[in-house]
Design a protein around this ligand. Structure first.
Ligand code: AMP
Length: 295
């Protein structure tokens, strides 16, 4: 095989180099599929990469970004402790035949931020008010800002996000519509561990007994699904009270929120029924986990 036929995954750190590459692909009509991540990859992330490949085909290019975005973490959160293993991530992405891994750094993404050298943010004002937005007030501003920046750098035709972060996906879709980004958003299903726990880089924090207690999020979901199957409509207030009890029957679990809402508008509803979206956030020890499902 000649050198030109060997598919070598490129690792690009410079924003200018990534943009140049993307523009070159655009000029030749090559479709670009994009998966933004914070790294420490698991099978859930990899399923998004496969979905991106499926969307752009063999002749398209798949770009995966690995960037732990500081603006979506509050000062009290786990930015510095967030798990990282670039070497392993690159190995996994090579095996999946990703074309480019984009690994920008803070100095280029947010130049002179501490000296007020960065001051433009993208803010979604409706869907980001509840749930994750209420518990983590500056989180979505950081997410929409970094995703907008990444879209301007990677110039994707298609970007794949996980259903695991349901509210995030809804906000990104809204941003793309509102600001006319020429990107198709695909939302891919949540991959789970054998006991139902949604895969997450943060599961690494669940040491000892906490790992087994974390399955309570999935138990909360299927208990609710069973209640709705049985009674067709159930008061959201009753579901919330029952779920708080169930979740906090685990010694180290504390409910942050559980919400029932319309999947499109994210508006809260007073009864849970088929088609209602449910989302919850639970602290297991110090680790905050989220999950969601369509009832
Ligand atoms: P993160 O690295 O946590 O920012 O996640 C990057 C992308 O992977 C986001 O679009 C997430 O929604 C998605 N993702 C995270 N966990 C899962 C999972 N268990 N299954 C599918 N997608 C996921």
């Amino acid at each position: 095989m000649t050198q030109s036929k060997l598919k070598i995954m490129q690792i690009v750190s410079s924003i200018a180099a990534m943009q140049r590459l993307a523009k070159k692909w655009q000029r030749t009509g090559t479709r670009i599929g994009f998966v933004p991540t914070m790294g420490y990859l698991h099978a859930g992330h990899l399923s998004l990469v496969k979905r991106a490949r499926q969307a752009v085909g063999k002749s398209g290019k798949v770009v995966v970004s690995i960037y732990v975005n500081p603006t979506q973490f509050a000062p009290t959160e786990d930015l510095s402790k967030y798990p990282r293993d670039l070497k392993r991530d690159l190995k996994l992405l090579r095996e999946l035949k990703a074309d480019v891994v984009f690994t920008p750094n803070d100095a280029e993404m947010y130049p002179n931020k501490s000296e007020n050298g960065f001051s433009t943010y993208v803010v979604e004002e409706k869907l980001s008010q509840t749930m994750e937005g209420a518990s983590r007030p500056t989180h979505f501003r950081g997410v929409t800002t970094v995703v907008a920046k990444l879209f301007n750098i990677v110039l994707p035709d298609v970007a794949v996000f996980g259903q695991k972060d349901f509210q995030q996906a809804a906000i990104i879709k809204r941003m793309v519509t509102d600001l006319n980004f020429p990107v198709k958003i695909i939302v891919a299903p949540t991959l789970r561990e054998r006991d139902g726990l949604a895969m997450s880089s943060r599961n690494k924090y669940l040491t000892g007994d906490l790992r087994q207690q974390a399955a309570i999020l999935w138990r909360a979901i299927y208990t609710t699904q069973a209640a709705v199957k049985k009674s067709k409509t159930v008061s959201a207030a009753k579901l919330k009270a029952d779920l708080k009890k169930l979740i906090e029957s685990e010694p180290d679990a504390k409910l942050d929120y559980v919400e029932f809402f319309e999947p499109e508008t994210l508006s809260p509803v007073s009864t849970g029924k088929f088609g209602t979206q449910m989302a919850l956030a639970v602290f297991v020890g110090k680790t905050r986990l989220i999950d969601n499902t369509r009832l």
